[in-house]
Design a protein around this ligand. Sequence first.
Ligand code: ATR
Length: 288
Amino acid sequence: MTIKNMVGIMGWPIEHSLSPTMHNQAFKALSLDDWMYVRLPVNKYPYIRVKEAILGLRALSFKGANVTVPYKEAVLPYMEKLSEQAKLIQAINTISIDEGERLVGHNTDADGFAADLADKGMSISEIDALILGAGGAARAICVALLERGIKHLTIVNRTVQKADDLASYLKTHYIDRDIHSGPLDAEYIRHIPLRSLVVNCTSVGCFPNVNDMPWDENLAFSPSQIVYDTIYNPFETKLLAHAKKSGAKAFNGLGMLVHQGALSFKLWTGLDAPVEVMKQACVSLGKK
Ligand code: ATR
């Protein structure tokens, strides 16, 4: 069978990404034998390569791509069209190439995250949240929560200016909400009201730096809190182990990975993704 439809994942580093296996298993399950999903590592230096890589997708007749760390915001200027959600989030994780060969930027992270919270029985309008990080993933998650009615949101980040900028931006769109920002440090976090949901949107704790944690060891969680780490490699980050020790509920980013992937799959193929197949593909890879 000739491969006619190529898609892939662009980022750096991406050798440990589960997305290629997840999508290739999905193609197989639906007998889409002329589709293939590949790794597209784009070295961080020099940064100009991002532009070359994006334009290369069209030249190489790709159907689209996923975009991951650290390029979710960097690829925006090269998109020829943006979905409404990508415009709002100002970061993209999915590119499709339309009939007119235009590069179209989408963001499926927000809806993927919300779908996973729904799977876990969480009602977003009833929670308040503390977001760790202010990059592309944080932008998508803040929008997912605000779109679904969250009233109180605090964003903390190592680079405080980025958290402040994101909070100011969100306040212009969601004027009736309580949105705050500050530094990612124990002193600040200790003094804000207890948030029922804490989401790690930083890359701290991700393989290979599995002994790192974006949270002070001396800061315990409450058993009433839910800690969600968008990282899925390892399945249990140091942050999640720490949350469990305090009696809090802990979830990793596997569900979000699967749901955002399922939405990207639909954008490229026009078909509903076999979500359960994708989930099992990730779970079995994680066990290896
Ligand atoms: P993504 O698109 O996946 O969100 P990103 O835009 O590169 O990736 O954002 C990464 C996030 O992880 C940022 O919030 C970053 O903090 P800075 O804005 O200060 O760079 C955070 N991050 C990365 N490494 C970190 C570290 N060692 N300590 C604390 N935060 C870190």
